[in-house]
Design a protein around this ligand. Structure first.
Ligand code: NDP
Length: 367
């Protein structure tokens, strides 16, 4: 058999593709190859890890193939549920061995906040791409270390900003960038939920790195930046604590914060662990507004503008996120709103400034 046809058939290409010009046939081969699916191991099989695993069942470009966990019973249950082979199962002591596993491309770190840095750096050193949950780290200094480690290892560092791929969010962002609201001058971000079990890691400063701000408040910080399309130049913040027993020293219950932007726009935000159903973004400009409520929950997201409601089908956020992240890592696709380590770092710089503003009462400059 002639060598081109032989090559195409060995590569598993369809008869249809054989009739294509050679360059197009090659890209068709690419689409059929197993390595065009991002093979992911999840580290930390908790509540959000489980949500991601379920959502990945519907992914086209990403596949759950491995786990890293400190709980043997969970590993066993996940192996059965998701058909994960024993050779792709690790714990926190031996996951460096993942470097010798050619069947895993990336690790999604979904452990408590203070473990994001050591776990992400461990994954990078094992030569695998890192997807890390928000907040990327406890502070900007840690974030910079993670970026440096991933750069040194030549791997991607992506942050689990699922809203950056959500259809209604992207439509509002598109309208804002097109000037449809005029000059945008005000953003309001309200992010909160009532936290339960007082013994959970989210209320432990060593594991959480703070309180509501580290967990839910980062949505308002991040949202202000992508809704306004600019970076803040100053921050002020105030803390309110109604339950000092539940919310110990260093664990914030409620913080209100304000950010100023180079254009003159201001953001006014609230982060809390003491109010349920608080999930709202509001943007106003010289010509009109956008309102999203819920704005960052698991959806469906609701959005309207002065021109009327925004319609888009609801797709499970984590399904879209993982498919899009696969395209970023495998194809070099550029997302509309970045999800890389530098994006995570921008939020952490603001988190640091908010905590400093709470401590000092001062207006903190970011320039
Ligand atoms: P969970 O407590 O439900 O799960 C965390 C898992 O991490 C545990 O089940 C455990 O898994 C592992 N782990 C390793 N070390 C520890 C430790 N010392 N203490 C507790 N758990 C440990 O938390 P979530 O899944 O809710 O949150 C995990 C991360 O995901 C957080 O950073 C959070 O901010 C983020 N998140 C993001 C969301 C989003 O929408 N993007 C939503 C919810 C959370 P194992 O037993 O397998 O080792």
């Amino acid at each position: 058999m002639n060598s081109r046809r032989d090559f195409l058939q060995k590569a598993g290409i369809s008869t249809l593709a054989i009739s294509l010009p050679f360059s197009e046939a090659l890209s068709a081969i690419h689409l059929e190859r197993e390595d065009k699916v991002l093979r992911v191991a999840i580290m930390g099989l908790g509540s959000y890890g489980t949500r991601v695993a379920e959502a990945m069942k519907d992914c086209k470009r990403a596949k759950l193939v491995g786990v890293i966990s400190g709980t043997p019973s969970k590993i066993e249950a996940w192996q059965q549920k998701y058909g994960i082979p024993a050779k792709n199962c690790y714990n926190y002591e031996n996951y460096h061995l993942i470097k010798d596993n050619p069947d895993i491309d990336a690790v999604y770190v979904i452990t408590p906040n203070s473990l994001h840095k050591p776990h992400s750096i461990g994954v990078a050193k094992a030569g695998k791409h890192v997807i890390c949950e928000k907040p990327m780290a406890l502070n900007a200094e840690e974030g910079r270390e993670m970026i440096a480690a991933c750069k040194a290892a030549g791997v991607h560092l992506l942050v689990g900003y699922r809203m950056h791929f959500e259809a209604k969010t992207l439509e509002v962002v598109k309208m804002q960038r097109a000037g449809e609201f005029g000059k945008t001058l005000f953003f309001q971000g309200l992010s909160g939920f009532m936290i339960g079990d007082p013994t959970q890691w989210r209320l432990n400063r060593d594991l959480a790195g703070g309180g509501s701000m580290m967990d839910i408040g980062v949505y308002s910080i991040n949202g202000a930046r992508y809704m306004l399309g600019e970076e803040p130049i100053w921050v002020t913040a105030q803390e309110v604590k109604t339950d000092p027993v539940k919310f110990k020293q260093g664990v914030d219950e409620t913080i209100t914060f304000q950010m100023g932007f180079p254009s003159g726009a201001v953001a006014s935000c609230l982060s809390t662990y003491s109010m349920n159903n608080l999930d709202k973004f509001f943007l106003n400009g010289t010509k009109g507004f956008a309102e999203m409520q819920p704005s960052t929950g698991y959806g469906p997201i609701q959005a309207k503008t002065n021109k009327g409601p925004i319609e888009a089908d609801h797709v499970t956020h984590q399904t879209t996120q993982m498919d899009e992240m696969a395209a970023i890592i495998l194809d070099g696709k550029k997302p509309i709103i970045p999800v890389d380590g530098e994006e995570g770092l921008k939020d952490l710089v603001i988190v640091d400034a908010i905590y400093e503003a709470v401590r000092t009462g001062a207006r903190i400059s970011l320039i």
